[in-house]
Design a protein around this ligand. Sequence first.
Ligand SMILES: [Zn+2]
Length: 534
Amino acid sequence: MMPRPSLLARLLPTLVLLGACSAGAQPRPATSPSSAKPTLVVFVTVDQLGSDYLERYGADFTGGLARLRDQGATWMRGRHDHAIAETAPGHATTMSGRFPVHTGIASNSQGVNTTASPLIASDDVGASPFRFLGTTLYDWMAAADARTRVLSVSRKDRGAILPIGRAKVDVYWYAMPGLFTTSRYYRDTLPTWVRAFNARRVARAYAGRVWEPLSPPDRYAEPDTNPLEGNGRDYVFPHTLTSDTAAVGGAIRDFPWMDSLTIAFALEGQRALGLGMEAGRTDLLAVSLSTTDAVGHRYGPDSKEIHDHLLRLDRYLGQFLDELEGRVGRGRIVVALTADHGISPFPEWRSSYYANHDAQRVDVRPAWRAAYAAMRAAGVDTAAAHDDDGFRVRDLDAFRRRNVDPDDIAAVWVQALRPLNGVLRADLVRDLAKADTVHDDLARRWLHMLPTDGPVRAVVTLEPFAYWQSVTYATHGLPHDHDTQVPIIFWGPGVARGVRGTAARVVDMAPTLAALLGVTPLEPLDGRVLPLRP
Ligand SMILES: [Zn+2]
């Protein structure tokens, strides 16, 4: 319906094209019958791509998202079956086949950041998989064939690190002042190809660029005039990326072009490392695209901006797949795609799509006041517990010295939470352990999240679509469908197309890929193998 090549040439960032055309070597597609083993597995995790985004805006897709959805084995409403629907636990689940309670990654705040592993060429906070437990698909592939090559790329540290687990391999993410780097957990210097990519000062090329809607105005049903977006600042199209070259490296993270930059970097790495280029060997490319999350947080899931960003993401992914197929060869690539979590609309935005009409903000401070009063009465320093994933004991000895059971204080917290508006339930973790996890979905999701003997002694679950009082942007993180439902898609040789009706969980993706590749997981998994053929 539209002149596609010129449209692509006009809309796609020059950098992706540059990545496709630079570096003179001719692609050497592995040539074998299409029944042969794939030479490349591409695992794409789109941050915040909930099922609703695909269902709501998917009719407009014509690019990579459409191709994967329509040609692949697709579970439109897959899900994360854990409670805290955030980036770190989601990414840790994708390729481990295990729930957060077994990967050790329960939330962003208990994720990858550590001063023990500073970054190379960036002052951003250090990061490593120091909390991650166990193995991932990469480890299983490498155990089956030591020649296996791997690259993981993301805008976010946790999005690059956690899908791979603990392996000290090529793992890179975007950091200030606007470059791709890694931490000293992985290496002491950046390889030549990463330095060459950064030397192009890629983010600066976008300084001053204007983000206009991709399609004609009548293609967007969403209003563009809600001041809830962006905290009332710059919430109407067009959006202009700062022309200050010192600031553009940070500002670009909220613009769709950040995803095309990430893809350009992934393509550069695929070429440098020769991923997928050798028949008989299967390599792994993990790409985590973070901009859907940035745009969704800033403007909300009902915004014209998220709609437009998804149209662009669809096109970026289409070109990414085209480029990879051109290099590696048709029928040699298996793609898996999912998301780390979904999103909830602003409570004040009565959504035309989500049933959030009773949504409210919840102030849990009264419960903390009650808990701290109980601690003071028992002679326990109030610093010994704090609000992090629930009622978290920070200093168990402070309780022991006063002969106080932390669960007794956590029970006070739970009792104070239950009557609050917007609180669905509050539970001691030890009580959740006795729940019927077949029928009690929320108890099961919390138990998939937290160990019953860990520092978090009690948890609170808000009503669907409720927000924490203090949050000033659109967000996610609850164990309900709007935050946990995500598409699960497999595409490529060995995968029969079709929409699958049966339930699928993100934790099932790694075992499914392992079965497809004929490699054996190195430990017991929580996931099971999904049917890729009818
Ligand atoms: Zn997010």
